[in-house]
Ligand binder design. Structure first.
Ligand code: SAH
Length: 518
């Protein structure tokens, strides 16, 4: 009998809440995990990074009549380690800052199981920073202490010496202190700290639900009660808390902390979502359309034959989806991009041109205005070999697309052959959390990149878009803006350049000019 090879445990700090704040090493370990044992404070989105078949164990959940005690967690890690598994123990913040990571590492060492500690961004520093409070600041604070507020300071056996900490450290960061905030504030004042010292609370730091409350040491406990501040929260005392208004994330970057609705398809959402995240915003992904293929096989084979015979002068692509659907279909029938060599290619705008470029196809024409009218004008202006009068034009596109383009081209004397590729349909199921956020009016900014996203979102919401009335409405172009108006939403931002980059640039300019500093 061969012995089971030993497993390995990584004690990983998940960061203070924002899933983007895990370390590169922590993410790498997570992506290779076979078992993930996680805490309540670790960002739920991080669990999606583990392989789909990894076992996920909630160490904060109730077992029988109690939540798992530390000995049980240690035993769980040891058991999986002995079973030869790659185990990630994912903990909020840093594993060694009030995370009992030390105890787990010692238990593993005692059992002879290899363990690697991957530090994390502790909420005591990083969470506070996202709340707009620096733990140190030149000439304001030259020292800080991180203290547990778990013990009731009025108990004689309490281990924290609030009286000594009160005046010996500039910045006091108290974790787990919301429940005892009255006693802690009183103990610090009794210890000699001025009641007028700035103080603050940061609840659910570095998450979309973050709340910051600023006050003074003397008044913060009452203010916390009025504002209904709840755990998890950071309690900070010191002059650095007075800098909060200057360093509030929204003051530093206009999109920071804003919830932005992204309605594109899942496959297309990532560029927009990444750009928004990089600016400090929270993208809320609610794909409002799914691409349903609607290609008629016989019709498509006829088109492929005509292409081969060089019967079209132009092929016009009106969306990246059309490019992909068309070339995928060509590929499936045994053909490829060479079939397009006999005709000129028009892309409605830069986004579509980029989709063609990704397939190594140059667009011969990209009209300056990326809407149907722009395409008609640009094509009608071509001369000689490229003229459209009397020429055959292939127009592969979505079911139910506007008639402006084919009508305009026909009016200019072209013979237009339309070909249905796909239907931009509402998704069968939308992510419930995103839908709930929209319904609850929690969206600050809603983005729309096609008319179908507007229509389909209305369908998903049971016919009306009124939960978005107080949001900033952003449209990629005038046609989408029109669709928004038809659904009762007045667009605040309509991009001049009809691309994702153009839309984000227009949004940034708008938000900046409305943040009082533009
Ligand atoms: N190891 C963690 C701390 C665990 S103790 C770390 O390094 O951050 C749990 C306490 O941390 C909570 O009671 C709260 O005071 C604080 N905390 C953790 N995450 C937080 C967050 N996102 N916002 C505010 N406080 C947080």
């Amino acid at each position: 009998m061969t012995a089971t090879p030993l497993g390995h445990v990584w004690l990983v700090g998940a960061g203070p809440g924002d899933p983007g704040l895990i370390t590169v090493a922590g993410l790498a370990a997570l992506r290779r995990a076979e078992v993930v044992v996680y805490d309540r404070l670790a960002a739920p989105a991080l669990l999606d990074e583990a392989p789909a078949d990894a076992e996920r164990i909630d160490a904060g959940k109730r077992v029988g009549d109690h939540t798992m005690i530390q000995d049980e967690i240690n035993a769980l890690l040891v058991t999986h380690g002995l079973a030869g598994k790659r185990v990630v123990r994912l903990k909020g913040g840093d594993p060694f800052v009030f995370g009992r990571g030390g105890e787990e590492a010692i238990a593993l060492a005692d059992a002879g199981i290899p363990c690697v500690v991957i530090p994390g961004v502790t909420s005591a520093i990083g969470g506070l920073a996202r709340g707009g409070i620096p733990v140190t600041h030149r000439a304001v604070a030259t020292s800080f202490a991180v203290i547990t507020g778990h013990e009731d300071p009025s108990k004689p056996e309490a281990g924290v010496h609030w009286d000594r900490l009160a005046t010996s450290v500039d910045t006091l960061v108290v974790l787990m202190g919301v429940g005892n905030i009255d006693g802690i504030a009183a103990a610090l004042i009794a210890g000699g700290r001025d009641a007028a010292t700035p103080a603050a609370l940061v609840q659910q730091a570095s998450t979309p639900a973050q709340r910051v409350l600023t006050s003074t040491l003397g008044e913060i406990a009452a203010a916390a009660r009025d504002a209904k501040i709840e755990a998890p929260a950071l309690f900070v005392v010191g002059d650095v808390a007075g800098l909060q208004p200057l360093l509030d994330p929204a003051h530093l970057a206009p999109l920071a902390g804003k919830r932005v609705l992204v309605t594109r398809t899942r496959a297309q959402a990532s560029t927009l979502a990444d750009t928004l995240r990089a600016e400090g915003a929270w993208p809320v992904l609610l794909p409002a359309l799914e691409i349903e293929e609607r290609i008629d096989g016989d019709a498509f084979r006829e088109v492929a034959r005509n292409l081969m015979l060089g019967r079209y002068r132009w092929t016009v692509f009106t969306s990246p989806n059309a490019v992909d659907a068309f070339l995928d279909a060509l590929w499936e029938t045994g053909g490829d991009a060479r079939l397009l060599r006999g005709n000129l290619i028009c892309a409605i705008g830069p986004g579509t041109a980029r989709a063609l470029a990704a397939r190594h196809i140059h667009a011969d024409l990209i009209p300056t205005e990326a809407i149907g009218e722009g395409v008609v004008a640009a094509l009608a202006a071509r001369q000689g070999e490229e003229a459209i009068a009397g020429a055959r034009i292939l127009l592969p596109r979505a079911e139910g697309a506007r008639d402006v383009l084919p009508d305009g081209l026909r009016a200019a004397g072209a013979e237009v052959e339309e070909m249905t590729l796909y239907l931009a349909a509402p998704p069968a199921a939308a992510p419930p959390e995103a839908l709930a956020a929209v319904r609850a009016g929690k969206i600050d900014i809603a983005t729309f990149t096609s008319s179908s996203t507007v229509r389909n979102l209305a369908t998903l919401l049971g016919g009306d878009l009124s939960p978005l009335r107080s949001a900033t409405i952003v449209c990629i172009g005038p046609i989408v803006a029109e669709a928004a108006r038809e659904h009762g939403l007045e667009p605040h931002v309509v991009a001049e350049e009809h691309t994702i980059e153009g839309m984000v640039a227009a949004l940034r300019a708008y938000v900046h000019s409305h943040s009082g500093r533009g």
